[in-house]
Design a protein around this ligand. Structure first.
Ligand code: DX5
Ligand code: ZN
Length: 226
């Protein structure tokens, strides 16, 4: 099943509600990039914006926490209406963070940088709902897809299937109609795209084109579980 997650990082923040509405028909889940200016050299948005989006619509909110200290903010994201949060495995403390997300009723995601190997996260696969494999170094939209991550996507997908785990495999960075099929062939099923969607004249059509390129048929909006 192919899912499309538009990343609002590339939307016009002054017109955020309109941007979200424009792409809503093709949005299965909405990807929210949270950057702390420390784990990555950029600052974006936090719980108040998540809360504002939540008041605006009922879309599933997939929050990608590019933060050194996400544990201090998980409760704020849950209260703001996040459905799932992904923390980076590189910061350590993963056991505690996974437990904290579970206890808060969040879907549990683990995000992985392009140069972090499978053995750094394979032990967590039976405890998470989603693995977010970065296909660029996090921090900015509009970067080029790193094809060298494809073998890791394939190995992760094989491991999930071999162990028959209910884990979704998400890719993020440089996803467009050309790269989505390559990631899909390696086993990815959730596709984050920012600039390829919000940089297009018709964002919904662009999202639909990425979906079809990845082998998906129609939209299936993720249900909120809260
Ligand atoms: C990058 C973010 C991505 C970003 C993707 O640090 O995690 O979600 O929005 O943007 P594009 O699709 O433009 O690479
Ligand atoms: Zn992201």
């Amino acid at each position: 099943m192919v899912s499309i997650a538009p990343s609002i990082l590339s939307a016009d923040f002054a017109e955020l509600a309109r941007a979200i509405d424009t792409v809503a028909p093709e949005t299965d889940l909405l990807h929210v990039d949270v950057m702390d200016g420390h784990f990555v050299p950029n600052l974006t948005i936090g719980p108040p914006v998540v809360a504002a989006i939540r008041r605006h619509c009922g879309v599933y909110l997939d929050c990608h926490l590019m933060m050194t200290n996400p544990g201090e903010y998980l409760e704020a994201f849950a209260r703001a209406g996040a459905d799932g949060c992904s923390v980076h495995v590189e910061i350590g403390g993963t056991d505690e963070l996974v437990k904290a997300m579970r206890d808060l009723g969040l879907d549990v995601g683990l995000a992985v940088n392009p140069d972090t190997p499978l053995d750094a996260y394979e032990d967590y696969l039976d405890r998470v709902d989603l693995v977010l494999l970065m296909t660029v170094f996090p921090g900015f939209g509009g970067q080029q897809f790193m094809a060298e991550v494809l073998p890791k996507i394939a190995r992760t997908s094989e491991e999930i299937r071999r162990r028959q785990l209910p884990v979704r495999l998400e890719v993020d960075g440089g996803i467009d109609v050309a790269t989505a099929p390559r990631a899909a062939q390696a086993g990815a099923e959730v596709f984050v795209a920012g600039s390829a969607i919000f940089g297009a004249d018709d964002p919904a059509a662009a999202a639909g084109a990425i979906r079809r390129a990845a082998g998906g048929d129609g939209p299936h909006h993720w249900a909120r579980h809260g």
